[in-house]
Ligand binder design. Sequence first.
Ligand SMILES: Nc1ncnc2c1ncn2[C@@H]1O[C@H](COP(=O)(O)OP(=O)(O)OP(=O)(O)O)[C@@H](O)[C@H]1O
Ligand SMILES: NC(=O)c1ccc[n+]([C@@H]2O[C@H](COP(=O)(O)O)[C@@H](O)[C@H]2O)c1
Length: 170
Amino acid sequence: MNMKRAFYIGRFQPFHLGHHSVITSIAKEVDELIIGIGSAQTSHEVNNPFTAGERVMMIRHALEDIDVHFYALPIDDIQQNPIWVSYVTSRTPPFDTVYANNPLVIELFEETGVMVKQPPMYHRNEYSGTEIRRRMLEGEEWKHLVPNAVADVIEEINGVRRLRRVAGTD
Ligand SMILES: Nc1ncnc2c1ncn2[C@@H]1O[C@H](COP(=O)(O)OP(=O)(O)OP(=O)(O)O)[C@@H](O)[C@H]1O
Ligand SMILES: NC(=O)c1ccc[n+]([C@@H]2O[C@H](COP(=O)(O)O)[C@@H](O)[C@H]2O)c1
């Protein structure tokens, strides 16, 4: 069995339609996709409102329509960048390709000889976690920027109220 397996990491605070588009494209190129849920230890912060478990739930429901076998795995941050790639690979199934746009992620993987592909950005001004959290805080429309399943999860966990409370605006 020679599976083509790739790794894609983000904080997914929240998982939005930009991520969904990237994963739809990657799914056409690989047999399996490992989705790393980065900074898994953080939640209840203005820039990181959702827990790792909530982000697992968002991804699981949002990808029900996508034809790829995926693993969504929470990955805590560590203090030492030089050993981060070993740390990641010790917690994931083996993979041969990384898809990333984060410059540090690209640098760390390329230094260890892993191939990194940079997916194109989709409507980056709107499909952005920062923009979606801003809209939630300001009471503006945001649900059209995430898969319907993600909007449902955020409603179930009362995510907007949490964000406003931790921001001190509620
Ligand atoms: N609109 C988009 N199109 C394609 N890729 C995206 C888009 N938004 C984010 N990405 C990529 O997805 C990966 C994970 O991103 P991340 O979870 O940090 O989302 P983000 O929208 O950049 O969040 P934040 O604004 O909170 O930093 C990164 O490699 C990032 O560059
Ligand atoms: N030393 C480390 O723990 C380390 C190094 C590089 C990236 N990361 C994580 O990878 C993720 C990258 O995702 P973003 O593209 O959403 O920033 C983040 O959660 C970031 O903290 C962690």
